[in-house]
Design a protein. Structure first.
Lengths: 354, 313, 363
């Protein structure tokens, strides 16, 4: 263990000796967060212009219904030219023209949609009937009552933030673990470790410790950013527990990958190549069971989906997976064990030439 | 253990799939000697050393360093061994002092002894004033000196140097040679691999020549040379010698070997060869020497005659 | 000059690692979006019909089943609760007993819409969906005369809706071009320092400017090759319509100009960083940021005002705009302005990059 500690300190000293490289690798997860914040602000609200011919209470009621349709950011305009300009200059994606007699029988609302793609356009097409039914709600022959599962709804950003935390741990662990070992092979310094009177497992332990600390720095950076964005975990101990466990898993896999590949240039794309798809298939936007079954099954193989569920539980008290809480923790613990064994095995395999 | 030789290699075999890299090696390195391993690239030299240092497991046979099995008693064996790898294996981003400190920590040198030993080793490597510089800024010679200092830091009984002067300039080479001789004077055993015959002659008490994974010869540099002949007579003639002349010379007593190359003749001689008689025979068969030279044989020639190929083939 | 371009191109073709670094990130993103696009468009919803004999209830069930935002299952109350509990469905629509009769009698029956409100985005999708179903249901006349008097007349800017994957693909194509230009030219320049061959170049009688031009042109040509291959594959897979010659040429010109901008920045970075280890992460990060900041994932209009202002000074934005117009919407309208801005950006990139590398080489 003494040797492991020396190896970990040596790795951290090397990291600190190259501040630019250190910042780049530690900051990689935070980049992810920034990118998804952009994604989230983009996906949320649809900017539309509304041009009303009348000024009566019916018009006001309809504009109110539009604003309450969970969809639109309404920008009032006075003329058709202004509405067209807003679309052309990419400041709005649709223009809605309300007739003077809105709400009267046979009134027609003209909508121009910048149908950039089917997905975006459908959001608008679906939201308009919602506004219309809101407008008529009192006179409809039927009504409906919404029953929510939870008293509070997390924001979109708050929800995906949890998955970003996991992917930050994944990329951080893989990068730090993989680069730490690959660097020894590329520089030939692996010999110094191999010829030292210390057992192989203590070299692995030292590498893991350094990777753990390096990746933890990145993960804490993400956590601070999440706190700034308003995420407030309910259960801090649970949150910390998932963080540590997941970090161990990926630091181990990183050390294993680094031992197998022995090249930093391949560790980098691999960490991203693994991280991005796992992020997307492991239920960042909802339960995996709501999506394609093939993606859900693929996600169940990896620890990310269980980590996401445990993080959601710690952050919002919701459980987003059809695997039970106990089973999920057991799977995470199993992955930790597997990761430890894999890292030692891959390191040994790379170093002892039979 | 106290009676065990520094290195004992018995029936050592290493196969990689169908390829046999080391094919039944036997040799002993005595304590306190400088022992050279000589062989062309791909001769099995590196594989042998990897097995001696416990980095690779033998397919058959055994290795012991000072009586210790480098695989089964790996930790004990590694404490006995100091290694200077060819690629130096230093952490380029760290300082010279930090590199030595890490090695001291890995080898479990007690904390209170560390500063003293590190300072002494920096002094030895003449790097005291560069202790806090990054190794990445060092010249090749400085890196090699630091790697030697690092290998000696834990006071090993056996030091292995892999091509210690490869790619180092002439002055730095002399400094490194002095270090190696100093190690011997301190009672350490030194194992080195080299492709420089001059280096082998200057440093080694005994040398083993390896080719195709087999031991071709093992002796002192002087004895190895005398196998080729005690001296070499080089002649440059006015014209290329006739085949009859070469055959006649070959038939003379105490002539080991005759090689013709254009107008040049190279005659390797055993002890007691009569040079005047050779020259007379040359004249009798129509050869007129323009220049002649009598010298000691070189290890290059020894190597060529033993393996049929040059070191750098 | 041509010799230099050929040399750098030959090196590129023989460096699978460099090719992988340029091609893999956009391809991975594409795969992911393709996977995701299948999932985000609809939700699994259970329907519980407690008015099994009612005609209006049957119509409502059919309407909900036909709704394109749902993947519905008609379940018993217990099964629906179980499916809801273990997250097999995201919501339950319950039609109460006597729904049809109450509707006919004007008693305004109430549907129950149980929603798993994990987050605002998915919850809003579900909240929007039910009124949409109700509107369609009322329009069938099953609930008597439709009280909704408002008709919606839709007019679309583009003749067809493009697919989400194709839409993202074009954004990524722009990212690929920028990244390929950056990395190809940048790494080619960096390599000279790493292998020490910079000395050989410096003592050669070829002027430095021509050396740099060789690297830039080779980088841009390599990027164009990658871009044409990716575009060709996308068209072959039917994700994008086959462009006309004019559209194809404009798209190629946009790609070339963006890659030139990238190559300029790439050689400038090379002069500053002088090592592939430092160059790679910086280049990849830079092209990722520029991709997202230019509305690559969404459209400009969806971004907040400050971000839109940022996007307008990023050349990617204009390349994405020109590429979407030509490759996605089959039109050339407005591409003139885009090309003008791209040309300015390419010029700026080269004016920054070439002298930087030239100074770098001289030291």
């Amino acid at each position: 263990m003494r040797a492991a500690w020396a190896i970990a300190r040596n790795d951290l000293a090397q990291l600190l000796a190259q501040p630019v490289a250190a910042i780049v690798t530690v900051a990689v997860p935070i980049n992810f967060l920034i990118l998804f914040v952009l994604f989230a602000v983009g996906g949320g609200v649809v900017p539309v212009t509304v041009r009303a011919a009348g000024h009566g209470p019916a018009t006001a009621a309809f504009v109110h219904a539009l604003r309450n349709s969970y969809t639109f950011d309404v920008q009032p305009v006075a003329t058709a030219a202004q509405a067209a300009r807003a679309i052309a200059s990419q400041n709005s994606v649709a223009s809605i023209a309300l007739p003077r007699n809105v709400g009267a029988a046979h009134s027609t609302i003209a909508v121009t949609i910048d149908n950039l793609n089917a997905d975006f356009a459908d959001d608008i097409r679906r939201a308009l009937p919602l506004a219309v039914t809101q407008f008529y709600r009192g006179v409809l022959p039927l009504q409906w009552r919404e029953v929510d599962s939870y008293p509070a709804t997390a924001t979109f950003l708050g929800f995906i933030a949890v998955s970003i935390q996991t992917v930050a741990l994944l990329i951080g662990g893989l990068l730090q673990g993989g680069l730490g070992v690959a660097r020894e092979w590329e520089g030939g310094t692996i010999k110094e470790l191999l010829l030292a009177p210390v057992p192989g497992w203590s070299v692995v332990a030292g590498k893991l410790l350094a990777a753990f600390l390096g990746a933890l720095a990145g993960a804490l950076l993400v956590l601070v950013a999440l706190l700034l964005l308003g995420v407030r975990p309910h259960a801090w101990a649970e949150y910390a527990g998932v963080m540590v466990l997941v970090l161990i898993v990926f630091a181990c896999l990183g050390v294993g990958i680094g031992s197998a590949l022995r090249s930093r240039q391949t560790v980098f794309p691999l960490a991203f190549g693994v991280g991005l798809p796992l992020f997307f298939i492991s239920g960042p936007f909802g339960a995996i069971t709501w999506g394609t079954p093939a993606a859900a099954w693929a996600a169940r193989i990896f620890p990310v989906v269980y980590a996401n569920a445990a993080f959601q539980h710690a952050a919002y008290g919701i459980w987003t997976l059809d695997t039970s809480v106990g089973a999920s923790w057991a799977i995470l613990a199993g992955w930790t064990l597997l990761g430890l064994l894999a890292s030692v095995w891959l390191y040994r395999r790379a170093t002892v030439a039979h | 253990m106290s009676e065990a030789p520094a290195i004992e290699v018995r029936g050592l075999v290493k196969r990689f799939g169908g390829f046999t890299a080391v094919d039944g090696l036997d040799f002993r390195v005595e304590r306190g000697e400088i022992f050279g391993l000589l062989g062309p690239n791909g001769s099995g030299k590196t594989t042998t050393v990897n097995m001696i240092s416990g980095l690779s497991a033998p397919t058959a046979g055994s290795v012991a360093i000072l009586g210790v099995d480098p695989l089964r008693q790996a930790q004990a064996a590694r404490r006995l061994l100091g290694v200077v790898p060819q690629e130096t294996a230093l952490y380029e981003e760290l300082t010279a002092e930090r590199n030595l400190r890490f090695h001291a920590e890995l080898f479990g040198i007690p904390a209170r002894e560390r500063p003293g030993r590190i300072a002494a080793m920096l002094e030895l490597a003449q790097l005291t004033d560069r202790a806090r510089s990054r190794v990445g800024t060092f010249s090749g010679g400085m890196k090699r000196r630091l790697a030697i200092a690092r290998a000696l830091l834990h006071q090993p009984a056996l030091v292995y140097l892999d091509e210690p002067t490869l790619g180092v300039d002439v002055q730095a080479r002399r400094v490194i040679w002095d270090y190696i001789l100093q190690m011997k004077s301190e009672g350490r055993t030194v194992l080195l691999t080299t492709n420089y015959l001059e280096e082998g002659e200057r440093l080694c008490d005994r040398m083993a020549i390896i080719d195709h994974g087999r031991l071709v010869a093992l002796d002192t540099p002087g004895a190895l040379k005398s196998r080729f002949g005690s001296s070499v007579l080089e002649l440059e003639l006015e014209a290329a010698p006739a085949p009859a002349l070469v055959a006649a010379l070959q038939a003379l007593p105490a002539v080991r070997e005759v090689a013709a190359d254009g107008e040049r003749l190279r005659v390797s001689l055993a002890a007691g060869a009569e040079v005047p008689r050779i020259l007379a025979e040359v004249a009798r068969l129509g050869g007129s020497p323009r220049r002649l030279n009598l010298r000691e044989p070189s290890l290059d020639e020894v190597f060529l005659s033993l393996t049929g190929r040059g070191l750098r083939d | 000059m041509w010799a230099l371009i050929k040399k750098d191109l030959a090196i590129w073709v023989r460096s699978p690692a460099v090719m992988a670094v340029t091609l893999l990130p956009p391809l991975a993103l594409l795969l992911v979006l393709a996977l995701q696009a299948v999932a985000v468009t609809s939700y699994p919803v259970a329907i519980v019909n407690e008015d099994p004999r009612g005609a209006a209830a049957a119509t409502l069930v059919r309407t909900a089943e036909a709704y394109n935002g749902f993947r519905t299952q008609l379940l018993s109350p217990a099964d629906a609760q179980a499916a809801y509990a273990n997250l097999q469905v995201a919501a339950i629509l319950t039609i109460p007993p006597g729904f049809s009769a109450d509707l006919a009698a004007g008693r305004r029956p109430s549907l129950t819409w149980a929603v798993r409100n994990f987050n605002a985005d998915s919850t809003d999708d579900l909240r929007r969906a039910l009124p949409d179903v109700v509107t369609s249901f009322l329009a069938t006349g099953a609930a008597g005369a439709d009280p909704i008097g408002i008709a919606i007349r839709e007019q679309d800017v583009h003749p067809h809706d493009a697919g989400l994957v194709a839409f993202e693909m074009v954004g990524m194509l722009a990212m690929l071009m920028l990244q390929a230009g950056l990395i190809n030219a940048g790494l080619a320049a960096v390599k000279e320092w790493e292998t020490g061959s910079v000395k050989e170049l410096l003592i050669s009688p070829v002027p430095a400017l021509r050396l740099i031009a060789g690297k830039v042109v080779a980088g841009v040509v390599a990027a164009d090759l990658a871009g044409v291959v990716v575009t060709g594959l996308t068209v072959a897979f039917g994700l994008l319509p086959t462009p006309t010659l004019t559209q194809g040429l404009i798209a190629l010109a946009a790609m070339t100009l963006l890659a030139s901008f990238g190559a300029g920045i790439g050689v400038a970075l090379a002069a500053a960083l002088r090592s592939g280890d430092r160059m790679n992460p910086v280049a990849i990060n830079a092209s990722f940021y520029l991709f997202f900041l230019s509305g690559g994932v969404v459209a400009l209009a969806y971004l907040p005002a400050w971000l839109r202002a940022v996007a307008r000074v990023i050349p990617n934005t204009y390349a994405v705009s020109a590429l979407r117009q030509t490759l996605l919407y089959g039109s050339t309208a407005g591409t003139g302005t885009d090309m003008l801005w791209l040309a300015v950006a390419a010029a700026v990139g080269l004016v920054v990059g070439v002298p930087a590398l030239r100074r770098g080489l001289a030291h």
